[in-house]
Design a protein around this ligand. Structure first.
Ligand code: BG6
Length: 519
């Protein structure tokens, strides 16, 4: 099948082509021709997330027909061996109906190649340069080069240095973009160091710092909820909002990632990036347009209005926990200290909570509660905005039983928006009770949200930085968490493990805020 026919077949094979609910969806977002180089292509992230995302783009027709994928990693493969490896991973990680097969796979496969490489050997980067030139000539990739750093972060500086030495930092004919996986540094100082290495080679408009939460549909919808409607913004402030709770809870433990996680902990792993990004979207002022930098200016501005807790205030503004043995979904599970590659006396937190204030006109006095943890009873990511109680005792004694309004932006596993409000119970009495208005993506639009990585890789190919974190915001997020990190790191917690797997988290979190939403 010729290239165009392959893409068209892929596009029209999608279900629901005639579904009116799908009108306006960007299924025709075809990106620029390019070669995408995945550093660390033999690793976990590539096989589980990145490769399936690229292949799904191929299936939906959003990948340019003139595309090439180059794996660059230590594990030994030749081109055919790596193609075979990719096929096996796709068989495992693509859903039924999207497994690699037929002309589509054959065309995709011939565009895959591999370089067995040492990240600090200049010759391998020279080989990469030759391969890219060959792709440009034979596969029409037009001098556009996407470099995706999905290796462990300590290797990033080596790769960047060698890209520069090999003259791969720019191509006269096309664009060059570099994608940097999280974590961006392990603390403020190391993040600044990494930034200085990257910015010596690539300008900010070529750097894509990925935070996959920003690629989740309901997270993108925070902007639409706030700025494509008129009814929410007038009450989105200290006059009406009692508090904001941002939760990212998981029932999984650290799985096979103990070696990484034991040096990270929940504050670095989730709060500094995903959760603070959510906070910025929920709390920022209205950007003057939907352009990437107008949005990112506002995100930075609101983060700069947060005063990091003083060292002496850390204990009253935060809570930490570590899970012990317990039960999840009826199954007994190990405690954190029994997980593979975790120190038996580890002081690493698997649960982190913090209370932050935004010191600006809109939010003065409104607490923002953030929490994230592993081995909590269920997977749930959400933002809950709780409004103030009614202003007078309209129902006499019963006024105390009236629940405040809560607007919940549901990120996962449910995707949607729900609003709790009070309604009269039918009957002769003046009873009121909480009811819900629920919007759900699946039924609202008749489609499943595309995985975050698919959206984000597509945005890199299109040169759209909106959903990527700019350096100023990354640095500010590190500044906000630094006092907490330092105090926690320097103080051994003798109560660890202080919550059972499957419980609501440590008691210290309840002391920080008794009204956490039940998990
Ligand atoms: C990653 C963290 O960034 O996000 C993991 O490193 C965590 O520890 C994961 O499990 C959660 O992502 P999601 O999309 O499953 O909520």
């Amino acid at each position: 099948m010729p290239d165009d026919a392959v893409a068209t077949a892929a596009r029209s094979s999608g279900d629901g082509a005639a579904n009116p609910l799908r009108e306006g969806l960007a299924s025709d977002r075809i990106t620029n021709p390019c070669s995408a180089v995945f550093f660390g292509a033999s690793g976990d992230l590539f096989k589980r997330m990145l490769l399936p995302a690229v292949y799904a783009m191929r299936l939906s027709g959003t990948l340019p027909t003139d595309f090439a994928l180059i794996g660059f990693a230590r594990t030994q493969y030749d081109d055919d061996g790596f193609r075979d490896y990719c096929r096996k991973q796709l068989e495992q990680f693509m859903p039924d109906g999207q497994k690699p097969q037929g002309a589509l796979w054959d065309d995709f496969a011939r565009r895959i190649s591999y370089i067995t490489a040492d990240f600090n050997d200049t010759r391998h980067f020279t080989a990469l340069k030759e391969r890219l030139a060959q792709n440009d000539e034979q596969l029409g990739t037009a001098g556009n080069h996407l470099f995706y750093l999905s290796t462990p972060p300590p290797v990033f500086p080596e790769i960047i240095k060698h890209l520069k030495l090999a003259g791969l930092d720019k191509d006269a004919a096309g664009w060059t973009r570099i994608v940097v996986e999280k974590p961006f540094g392990t603390d403020l100082e190391s993040a600044r160091k990494l930034q200085s290495v990257i910015e010596a080679v690539f300008p900010e408009n070529e750097i894509y710092r990925i935070d996959h939460y920003l690629g989740k549909e309901p997270v993108q919808d925070i902007i639409a909820l706030r700025f494509a409607n008129t009814i929410f913004e007038p009450i989105w402030n200290r006059n009406y909002v009692q508090n904001v709770q941002i939760t990212s809870a998981e029932s999984l433990g650290v799985e096979q990632r103990g070696a990484y996680y034991d040096n990270a902990g929940a504050l670095r792993d989730m709060i500094q990036n995903h959760v603070i990004n959510l906070l910025a979207l929920v709390a920022m002022e209205a950007p003057i347009s939907s352009d990437a930098d107008d949005i990112r200016n506002e995100k930075y501005k609101v983060l700069s209005a947060i005063t990091p807790p003083p060292h002496a205030g850390v204990w009253s503004m935060s809570a930490r926990g570590q899970y012990g043995p317990g039960t999840i979904d009826g199954h007994a599970v190990n405690g954190y200290r029994e997980e593979p590659d975790v120190a038996p006396d580890s002081n690493t937190e698997t649960f982190a909570a913090a209370k932050l204030y935004i010191e600006n006109w809109r939010w003065a006095g409104v607490p923002f509660y953030l929490r994230s943890g592993k081995r909590l009873p269920r997977k749930v990511s959400e933002v809950a905005v709780t409004f103030k109680p009614i202003p007078h005792r309209f129902y006499g004694e019963s006024t105390d039983r009236i629940e405040p309004n809560v607007l919940v932006i549901k990120i996962e596993p449910d995707e949607g928006i729900s609003m709790r409000f009070e309604a009269k119970v039918p009957g002769p009495k003046e009873h009121v009770r909480s009811v819900y208005m629920d919007f759900n993506y699946g039924t609202g639009f008749g489609v499943q949200s595309p995985p975050a990585y698919e959206r984000l890789i597509g945005d890199v190919m299109l040169g759209d930085q909106t959903l990527f974190t700019r350096w100023d915001a990354v640095e500010r997020a590190w500044e906000i968490v630094t006092p907490i990190l330092e105090v926690w790191q320097n103080t051994k917690d003798f109560s660890f493990p202080n919550y059972a797997a499957g419980s609501q988290g440590p008691e210290s979190a309840q002391a920080l805020f008794p009204d956490w939403r039940h998990l």
